[in-house]
Design a protein around this ligand. Structure first.
Ligand code: FE2
Length: 348
């Protein structure tokens, strides 16, 4: 991994080196023109969801020049690795814990102060103190409440291989949240059982979709009965559509007993070891964990706030009542192993 990164850095094209140097000039806490600070955010979260938050941060910190690079979380983590000591990234805002875990494993994140870490329960931050969750997202089963009563729903994600569900289930094998869930299953149930599940799901005619939102719409259209999605997609449809929560046909179901299908993943932040913007980065991390921003996640993105005392959307069960699988979220880092397994089984 390190050798690979070093090799790649050695062959960086001149143009990129020039760009890195140019960004580097204005990126230190004290350097640059005037008395301002700079913060370069590598964001694996979409602008649609976090753009408004970043605007608020800018307004509250007029002396800080903020620059955002949006991209896929896993790819941005790989970029930080490749850029090594030259990374312009002041902070990494990841959509999932796995990408943060991968940087932690490579020892490429700085220790965060306890004033930031202590804002969230220990399950939702790095055990080593170098990344922190900022909002929670739960894997659930979306279902068609017109055709299914709650009593008919499967207790475990493993039940979806039964004949009852043949051709009725949707999943999104290329989606990052789906892949993190498969990684969780590999960790909690082992490689062999996960492989068998993937093969049986495929044999049971599980239908592939590009992403969570499309699965949700396929359930609403009656094309499939159930689908593996993140919890907030249903809230999003209710918020954007005409229907209210009572009339919208897609409901969400949480599996019981530590099922990998009910993984609680987090979006979160970590400060690259090579960040030259530590102060501004810590200010941004504190900002995301302050009460107003935690309320923003609950209200605007339908995610779970992670800070104590901030209520989640009233239609959702409390996070503490969800029986998540026992695992260290940093261990979701082996995305490559999961992608290989998905390819080997022909799911991807
Ligand atoms: Fe999403």
């Amino acid at each position: 991994m390190n050798r690979n990164a070093a090799t790649r850095f050695a062959i960086l094209p001149l143009a990129l080196i020039a760009a890195v140097v140019a960004v580097g000039c204005g990126s230190s806490d004290t350097g640059g023109s005037g008395d301002g600070k700079s913060l370069t955010i590598y964001s694996g979260r979409d602008e649609e969801y976090v753009g408004p938050l970043i605007e608020t941060f800018k307004q509250e910190n007029p002396g800080t020049e903020v620059d955002v690079r949006y991209g896929d979380s896993a790819e941005l983590a790989a970029t930080i690795r490749e850029e090594g000591g030259q990374t312009p990234a002041g902070i990494f805002f990841s959509q999932d814990a796995g990408a943060l875990g991968a940087l932690q494993e490579a020892k490429l994140l700085k220790q965060l102060p306890s004033s930031i870490l202590d804002r969230v329960p220990s399950a939702f931050r790095s055990a080593q103190g170098d990344w922190v969750g900022t909002s929670g997202r739960v894997r659930v089963l979306g279902y068609d409440s017109r055709s299914l009563a709650p009593s008919e729903l499967p207790k475990s994600v493993f039940d979806l291989t039964e004949p009852r569900w043949k051709g009725k289930v949707g999943w999104a094998p290329a989606n990052a949240s789906f892949q993190s869930f498969v990684t969780a299953m590999r960790l909690t149930e082992g490689e062999a059982k996960t492989k068998e599940w993937l093969e049986q799901m495929k044999a049971n005619g599980t239908r592939s979709y590009e992403k969570n939102g499309i699965i949700r719409d396929a359930i609403a259209d009656g094309e499939i009965e159930v689908g593996l999605i993140n919890h907030y997609y249903v809230l999003e449809a209710i918020k954007e559509g005409e229907a209210d929560g009572d009339t919208y046909p897609v409901k969400i179901h949480f599996f019981t007993d530590g099922d990998a299908g009910t993984l609680i993943n987090v979006a979160g932040v970590g400060i690259p070891e090579a960040s030259k913007q530590q102060k501004a980065a810590e200010e941004f991390a504190s900002f995301l964990l302050a009460d107003p921003q935690q309320r923003y996640f609950a209200k605007e993105t339908g995610e779970y706030p992670l800070v104590k005392g901030i209520p989640q959307d009233p239609s959702l069960p409390p996070l503490s009542s969800i029986k998540q699988p026992q695992l260290d979220l940093s261990d979701l880092s082996d995305l490559q192993g999961t992608q290989e397994l998905l390819q080997e089984t022909g799911v991807l």
